[in-house]
Structures are given as structure tokens and as C-alpha cells.
Design a protein around this ligand. Structure first.
Ligand code: LLP
Length: 398
């Protein structure tokens, strides 16, 4: 939802741009913290969802840790001010350079995704005379019932160590003097809206935790990853139901008093806080189809092209002139809506934000908001077609 002041401001700016509502972000983060604290749960923000500096600073200021998936994310988190003791480093393909740099930065732990990676971290830590803290990321073979392209915890996915490779990990961990085993890690997928999925995950976490303890390895941290979904169909002021989410883990996880439970939320923390604001370049009316051609495309927001992801699209241009001086257009009722395919300018047929979207009659230069774009939006932008760097406007800048 945008105020008249927001829209008046947007209309003076060069489009397209991401608009960040920092107040909504703050409220979302506070709600998450308030829901996690009574259980003593620790949340690491999954930085891959959005690494805009204004966003990161707010998250760091509220005491969250950082979950990183590249050496550059680790460096950026620490640069922003995240305590290295609250930085974790996951990812199936950490390079030697990235591992060495993270060892030098004394991060909290590496979430290790294969037996071979465990051997490499062991070797590199040994060379430095350091002890690397490691958690084993286990692929629990739990179905997240989400989009096939963003599910990660099934046997056929590349992520984590499969159960049959755990004895080899335990053997290395039990003899190594350069590895410090801290616990186990899971992440089964993203945009999970069926919370029962997490009950199934808890059952597996309990089983694997017992397995490690039975093999002489003390599990201090249970890291259950992230994945909590957001409601893309209701973007206005939607704060995810963190209480129900954390309650599932509090109920179904077996946690000893000396164990910590860690989470890695990305989308749920930042997803609703941004919209992509774009201008209509052209409207093409046809016999079978009407097209709205925007100045934003898959280069700014890739999710619809990549996953057929739904984002609510709104025409936010004023429908009536306030003072009568502007050329006005009739206030739209739902009967006046026209179905449009809303597309971008990129030379690809998949550059489409939505098909047959019902919108009030739309004109050249109208402003269009593509909602719920705070997670995996700006960070996945590209320069394809030699497009410009994506612009950003924050709510505290006017
Ligand atoms: N932890 C790990 C190890 C992950 O791989 C991810 C996300 C997260 C945590 C955070 O998940 P979240 O809470 O944000 O669901 N680009 C896709 C999403 C990819 C998710 C990758 N991993 C999209 O636009 O939907």
C-alpha cells in the first residue's frame, strides 16, 4: 500500500527502481525476534535473499546473525558489522580461497556439504594451525512441497551430505585435531507455506542428532535452516506468522538444555518490504491479447521468468486528478478492468511478469508496482542486454 506522498515522490524519479519500506522491515524483524526469544532460538539472516546495505544494517542492529553462501557474503556481513561469531558459511561449492578467508575471519562455523569438503577444510585449517568449527549439513530427504526449483532436501538434490555418507564424516570428525564439530544443519527448501513440513523435519533432526551422539560426537547446535514462505497474494503489511512457525520447533524438536537451536530465515524477513516500481512504456491492444510493456524486466526481477513466480501487479497512478488540473482518468471499478499481459523490454519471451492480469485501463507513463519483491529481487538482477545497475529508493530518503 502506498501513500499519496509516496506516489507523488515516485512520479518524480527515474524508473525502474526498488522501493524499500524500512518501517515494515523493522516491524517484521521485531516480530520475528519477539517470537523467537521466548524459546531462546537464534536467527541468522540468510543474506542471499537481500544484501542491500540499508537492509543489512537494520538486521544487524537488531542482533541477528548472518547466514552466508559465498566468501564475498561472509566479507560483506563482517564489513556491515555482523559479529563474526554469528556468521555461518554454507554452500555446496566453497573454493579453497573462500575457506581460507573465512578461517582467517574466525567465523562461527562452516556448514559442510560433502565428505570431500570436510577433508579439504580439515587440510586447510591444519595448514593454518587453526581449528575450524564445522556443522554437517544433512540432506534429510524431506519433501518441502514447494516449487521443484527451490526444493533442496530430497535425495535427488545436490545439497548436503546424504545419510549413507555420515559414517565417513563421523570418522573424520572423531580423529581430526583441526576440526571442531559444533552440530548439524538442515535446509529443505524455500517458500514453504505448509508448516506440517517442518514437523517432518523435526522428526529427522531428532533422529540424526541421536545418531551423532551415538557415534561419540556432541551436538551443540541444531540448525534447522530457513524456508518460511510469505503470502505473495496479500502483500499489504503482511508480517509472517513467526509465532506458529517457531512453536512447531519448540513442540517437536528434542532440545537438551545445553543445545542451541539456529534458524536461517531469508524471504520471511525481507520479502514484503520492497516493491519494484516501474513505468509503462507502451500499451499494445490486440485482438486476442493486450500488452503492457514496462521499463522493468527480468533483468530487475527474475523470479517470474525463472520460476513462473507470482507477484501482485498494481497500477498505482492516481485515477482521479486531485485538483482537476491534471489530465485525469475515470475512477476504475472492477467492471472497468482489462486483462493485460504485463511484460518487460528484454528480448526474451519469458520476460513476462504476469499473463491476463486484470488492471484498470492503463496508459503510457502510468506507474506500476510489482509487490513482495524484497527477497531474491534486487540480488538476482543482471546486466543482460547491457541494462543499467538497478536503482534503489528507501522510505527514509524523502
Ligand atoms: N539456508 C540455506 C542453506 C539456503 O540455501 C537458503 C535459501 C536459506 C537458508 C534461506 O531460505 P529462505 O528463508 O529465504 O526461504 N531464488 C529463490 C530462492 C532460493 C533459495 C535459496 N536458498 C526464489 O527466488 O524463490
Amino acid at each position: 500500500m502506498f501513500s499519496d506522498k509516496d506516489i507523488a515522490h515516485f512520479s518524480k524519479l527515474e524508473t525502474p527502481f526498488y522501493y524499500y519500506d524500512l518501517d515494515l522491515l523493522q516491524r517484521t524483524l521485531s516480530a520475528c525476534r519477539a517470537a523467537a526469544s521466548p524459546h531462546g532460538f537464534h536467527v541468522h539472516y540468510a543474506m542471499k535473499a537481500n544484501f542491500n546495505a540499508s537492509v543489512l544494517k537494520k538486521i544487524e542492529a537488531l542482533g541477528f546473525g548472518a547466514d552466508c553462501v559465498s566468501g564475498n557474503e561472509v566479507k560483506k556481513a563482517i564489513e556491515i558489522g555482523f559479529d563474526p561469531k554469528k556468521v555461518v558459511f554454507a554452500g555446496v561449492g566453497k573454493s579453497d580461497k573462500e575457506i581460507n578467508e573465512a578461517l582467517d575471519l574466525d567465523i562461527f562455523c562452516f556448514n559442510v556439504e560433502s565428505v570431500q569438503e570436510l577433508e579439504v577444510i580439515n587440510e586447510l585449517a591444519e595448514k593454518k594451525g587453526k581449528k575450524a568449527k564445522v556443522a554437517i549439513r544433512i540432506n534429510p530427504n524431506v519433501d518441502a512441497y514447494t516449487h521443484a526449483n527451490i526444493t533442496t532436501g530430497l535425495d535427488e538434490n545436490k545439497f548436503g551430505v546424504n545419510s549413507w555418507d555420515l559414517p565417513a564424516c563421523a570418522e573424520i570428525l572423531n580423529i581430526s585435531t583441526s576440526l571442531d564439530f559444533v552440530g548439524i544443519h538442515f535446509h529443505i527448501g524455500s517458500q514453504i507455506t505448509n508448516l506440517d513440513v517442518y514437523k517432518n523435519l523435526c522428526v529427522k533432526v531428532n533422529e540424526f542428532s541421536n545418531w551423532f551422539e551415538d557415534h561419540g560426537l556432541k551436538v551443540s547446535v541444531l540448525n534447522v535452516g530457513g524456508g518460511l514462505g510469505i503470502d505473495y497474494h496479500h502483500p499489504d503489511n503482511q508480517i509472517p506468522d513467526f509465532e506458529s512457525y517457531f512453536k512447531i520447533f519448540a513442540t517437536f524438536l528434542t532440545v537438551r538444555t545445553d543445545q542451541e537451536v539456529h534458524f536461517e530465515l531469508g524471504r520471511a524477513l525481507v520479502g514484503q518490504s520492497a516493491s519494484l516500481i516501474s513505468k509503462v512504456l507502451y500499451v499494445k491492444t490486440g485482438k486476442k491479447k493486450n500488452f503492457i510493456i514496462l521499463d522493468a524486466g527480468m533483468t530487475e526481477l527474475m523470479r517470474p521468468a525463472l520460476y513462473h513466480a507470482y507477484h501482485q501487479i498494481e497500477n498505482i497512478s492516481p485515477r482521479l486528478a486531485v485538483d482537476g488540473s491534471q489530465a485525469s482518468r475515470p475512477q476504475a471499478t472492477s467492471a472497468d478492468h482489462i486483462n493485460y499481459d504485463v511484460v518487460g523490454p528484454i528480448c526474451e519471451s519469458t520476460d513476462c511478469f504476469g499473463k491476463e492480469i486484470a488492471l484498470p485501463q492503463t496508459f503510457r507513463n502510468d506507474l506500476i508496482a510489482i509487490r513482495s519483491a524484497g527477497a531474491y529481487g534486487e540480488v538476482m538482477a543482471s546486466h543482460y542486454n547491457l541494462r543499467e545497475d538497478v536503482r534503489v529508493v528507501t522510505s527514509d530518503s524523502y
